[in-house]
Design a protein around this ligand. Structure first.
Ligand code: ATP
Ligand code: MG
Length: 560
């Protein structure tokens, strides 16, 4: 997480300039403000790393603020999931805040605005108000309710609050300018009536403040110095400032809104609404399905917090919206897992091999290095016996010179074990090879001599002793969408691009010590990729998710 050696991004430059122009370091305060209406996704990771990264850089507090102003869509489940995800990414918030904690203060300020003649109750239908809104090139027209008396406004607003009116019948609007060139300034709605219980304030309120009214005032209440949000809020900045002007005390910190670009990832969607659709329609099993670009899905898939942080660091903060290729994320995952994931052997598509000159019933426990990238990872013992599995694709009866795996009459080394030579094979009635008979060279045992004294052969295969193998369910994942940018097509819904083959379930055979593997453990199946133990694992059933392949093989396949 050390960023000191890198050049400053434009957000950091803004903070640096503010430090020169009057802010002191201890006045800096940031926040990450999720709306608890879904699980966090990889796009949010950029915002989390940005805000918490600034906190670390400047040793400044960062609040985790839930923007919970819409009781219709928000739930405690999402609050809990968001906290878990931010913590898992490795960040500590200063305080946990909720916009709903400020409902009373926001209400009191709204009353003040009414008293100053800067807000009014409108009881027109939403259609009528929409007609008066104007267009980007034409000014709007004033509501007939715009000049209600302060007295009447106060009474109506109180009645709204007391639940005397039906939903949708009244709103409180800021009295700004129906002729403004910024449509958001044309008397925006501050409050609406919603007769719905809120996950925290329950039925205390039946009027709920709108996002624009809530967000900036919450920043101000928390004395946040910099409020960073995504570009779609650029036009809202004028309104953010207008609302602040109404309550601002010169002796306090005045929060500053600045915008950065949303991060979009290829072959997926990063919008909670769309991700919710995938869950609701059963395209995926849950929010944390390993195919989802949610933080919880990536965690379950086996991604590490370090890899996600390195990814957001590598792609940086941009001023314009852009699409990041998912292979960049996978690169970081591979890079980190290479350093930390123990190597093990697992056969995904088994073919039986018998060594005809190896004594029946004999078992040797051979030394196997856990991680060539990390000496401290030590070694383990793997059982070797007369019958074992190799990958089907690792044997051919005949093949050209470039095939360094097992073929009839040729030799390969078995990882951590002996050199074997394929002598013959057996086929079923359909002509499928079902067994390979080999002989082994007893003097070729790995580690039994110096590097030089051991005979060398070109290919090395992984294998698992049949008698000792543990069965595991392995879930192989492919891209969730067949299109690079599924939600940018004008004439097609993103759901049309769902990849029907994004999940394939197979039975694999793995080393016996993996029986002890715990949920969340990450390993490299040598030559096959990185895998992670899934929470569906039980005492009798081991389940692995394939996290990522060893190389970016998908890109090659896609080009074929
Ligand atoms: P979604 O469309 O997925 O619901 P959102 O912006 O409505 O996204 P919030 O919970 O309001 O979700 O977002 C919390 C913070 O994360 C905001 O500051 C928002 O700007 C930021 N954020 C959300 N999506 C992205 C993204 N794709 N890239 C960068 N930042 C993002
Ligand atoms: Mg939102």
């Amino acid at each position: 997480m050390s960023e000191t050696t890198k050049s400053l991004n434009f957000i950091e430059q803004i903070v640096e300039e503010d430090l020169v122009n009057g802010y002191t370091k201890d006045e800096l305060r940031f926040r990450f403000p999720p709306e608890p209406n879904g699980y966090l996704h990889i796009g949010h990771a950029s915002s989390i790393c940005l805000n918490f990264g600034l906190g670390l850089r400047y040793n400044a507090p960062v609040n985790l603020r839930f923007d919970d102003t819409n009781p219709a869509k928000e739930e405690q489940e999402f609050v809990d999931a968001i906290k878990k995800d931010v913590a898992w990414l490795g960040y500590k918030w200063d305080t946990e805040r909720y916009a709903s904690d400020y409902f009373q203060q926001l209400y009191d300020w709204a009353v003040e605005l009414i008293k100053k003649g800067k807000a009014y109750v409108d009881d027109q239908s939403s259609e009528e108000m929409a007609l008066q809104k104007g267009t980007p090139t034409q000014p709007g027209t004033n509501s007939p309710n715009r000049d209600r008396s302060i007295e009447e406004n106060l009474q109506l607003f109180e009645k709204m609050k007391n639940g005397d009116f039906e939903e949708g019948t009244h709103v409180l609007r800021a009295k700004i300018d129906m002729g403004s060139s910024n449509m958001l300034m044309r008397d925006p709605i501050m409050y609406r009536i919603l007769h719905k219980a809120h996950h925290r304030t329950n039925t205390d309120w039946c009027i709920y403040p709108m996002y624009d009214w809530t967000h900036g005032e919450s920043d101000y209440i928390e004395q946040v110095s910099h409020s960073f949000c995504t570009l779609e809020f650029a036009m809202h900045r004028e309104l953010y400032n207008w609302f602040l002007d109404q309550v601002y005390d010169e002796n306090k910190i005045r929060p500053k809104q600045r915008e950065f670009a949303r991060r979009n990832l290829s072959h997926t969607v990063v919008s909670k609404r769309k991700l919710a659709q995938l869950v609701e329609k059963g395209v995926v099993k849950s929010w944390d399905d390993p195919r989802m670009p949610t933080i919880s899905g990536l965690r379950r898939r086996g991604y590490t917090p370090e890899a996600i942080r390195n990814f957001t660091d590598a792609i940086g903060i941009a001023k314009r919206d852009n699409l990041i290729d998912v292979s960049l994320l996978e690169f970081q995952v591979r890079d980190h897992l290479n350093k930390v994931a123990p190597r093990v052997m697992g056969v995904l598509d088994p073919l039986k091999v018998v060594i005809t000159n190896y004594p029946e019933g004999e078992v040797e426990w051979l030394d196997a290095e856990n991680n060539p990238e990390d000496e401290s990872a030590g070694s383990r013992k793997v059982p070797f016996s007369r019958e074992f599995y190799i990958e089907k694709e690792d044997f051919r009866e005949e093949a050209n010179k470039k095939f360094f795996r097992l073929k009839l009459g040729k030799e390969v080394r078995l990882k951590n074990a002996y050199i074997i030579k394929a002598e013959s094979c057996t086929k079923d009635t359909d002509g499928n090879i079902i067994e390979v008979q080999c002989t082994y060279d007893p003097k070729s045992k790995s580690g039994s001599g110096t590097e030089e004294s051991l005979r060398k052969v070109k290919g090395t295969l992984h294998w698992v002793s049949i008698k000792h193998a543990v069965q595991a369910e392995v879930r192989l994942y492919d891209r969730l969408f067949t299109d690079e940018s599924p939600d940018t097509h004008k004439d097609k819904d993103f759901m049309e691009f769902v990849n029907p083959d994004s999940l394939k379930i197979i039975t694999a055979y793995v080393e016996p010590h993996l029986k002890e593997a715990k949920i969340g453990d990450r390993v490299q199946f040598q030559r096959m990729g990185y895998f992670c133990v899934d929470p569906d694992t039980t005492a009798g059933k081991l389940v692995f998710n394939r996290t990522v392949g060893l190389r970016d093989s998908w890109a090659k396949i896609a080009q074929k």
